[in-house]
Write a protein that binds this ligand. Structure first.
Ligand code: NAD
Length: 255
């Protein structure tokens, strides 16, 4: 049994009960961690409050990552409650609908900037605030997808953003390793969530995944959360800078 008793986890990216962030938060909580869950804005506040209330000692903090000062303000609130943070989960992505699907050639400069800003850049200010609180070392996890290195029709600009995010994971792992802060990403197979529904052809993508993956099925939220728990625990004490596929093996298939 993995224990995270006495550890504090900050999880970014809760929209609703289907959010990967929620599956991870529940799993970390079940292992004994104290949870701080962040939500983007008032649109998600009620749901975040209701879900967090089901986790004893769970609390919520608003944070739209579109501005550095919002991230600084969120961590100021977290610091009021906790001296140290041990675990950080980045489970955030956004792109304009018109930049998902259709021709990649039509991606505009502003849409590119926005997708990369929210989905990739945001990891940097979040880690900048979290790392000084990781006084006893820590584990940072970002969520990525195989479209970072392969072409998935429809994923378009989000593939570019995931490529940037994965590079940041390695860069941050290189910089923070000496502080015993580990930085990894989970590359999840397709899961039905709010963000996934914005990808044109997502249902077909999920079907093809189940047909071709070596294990001949899709993954579950629970399976992503279990890998997150492993990465947050001492079992992964020497694992950093890794992109871990949780995809029933889809990433090894060529034909
Ligand atoms: P989701 O819609 O539940 O979560 C995305 C979250 O990003 C939401 O909570 C949303 O509020 C947040 N967000 C967007 N813009 C924000 C902003 N400006 N400030 C703060 N938060 C913002 O969907 P999800 O599938 O759980 O996505 C979580 C992560 O997992 C994303 O990085 C996504 O790319 C990744 N991922 C998802 C899948 C999948 O198939 N669902 C597969 C691989 C990776």
């Amino acid at each position: 049994m993995i224990s995270l008793a006495g550890r504090t986890a900050v999880v970014f990216g809760l929209a609703n009960k289907r959010s990967i962030a929620w599956a991870i938060a529940q799993k970390l909580h079940a292992a004994g961690a104290r949870l701080v869950i962040t939500y983007q804005n008032e649109r998600f506040e009620e749901t975040a409050a209701k879900l967090a209330a089901t986790l004893p000692k769970g609390s919520i903090v608003e944070c739209d990552v579109n501005k550095d000062e919002n991230v600084v303000a969120a961590f100021a609130k977290i610091k009021e409650k906790f001296d140290a943070v041990d675990i950080l989960v980045h489970s955030i992505a956004y792109a304009n609908r018109e930049d998902l699907g259709g021709s990649f050639l039509t991606t505009g400069r502003e849409g590119f900037r926005l997708a990369l800003d929210i989905s990739a850049y945001s990891l940097i200010p979040i880690v900048r605030e979290a790392a000084p609180l990781m006084k006893n070392g820590g584990s940072i996890i970002a969520m990525t997808f195989y479209a970072s290195t392969r072409v998935f029709p429809g994923y378009n600009i989000m593939g570019t953003a995931k490529a940037a995010l994965e590079h940041e994971v390695r860069q941050l792992a290189g910089e923070l390793g000496q502080k015993n802060i580990r930085v990894n990403a989970i590359s999840a197979g397709p899961l039905d969530t709010l963000a996934a529904r914005g990808i044109p052809g997502f249902i077909k993508m999920k079907q093809i995944h189940a047909e071709r993956a070596p294990m001949r099925r899709n993954i579950t939220h629970e399976e992503v959360a279990k890998t997150a728990l492993y990465l947050c625990s001492d079992l992964a004490s020497a694992v950093t800078g890794a992109i871990i596929p949780v995809d029933t093996g889809y990433h090894i298939v060529a034909m």
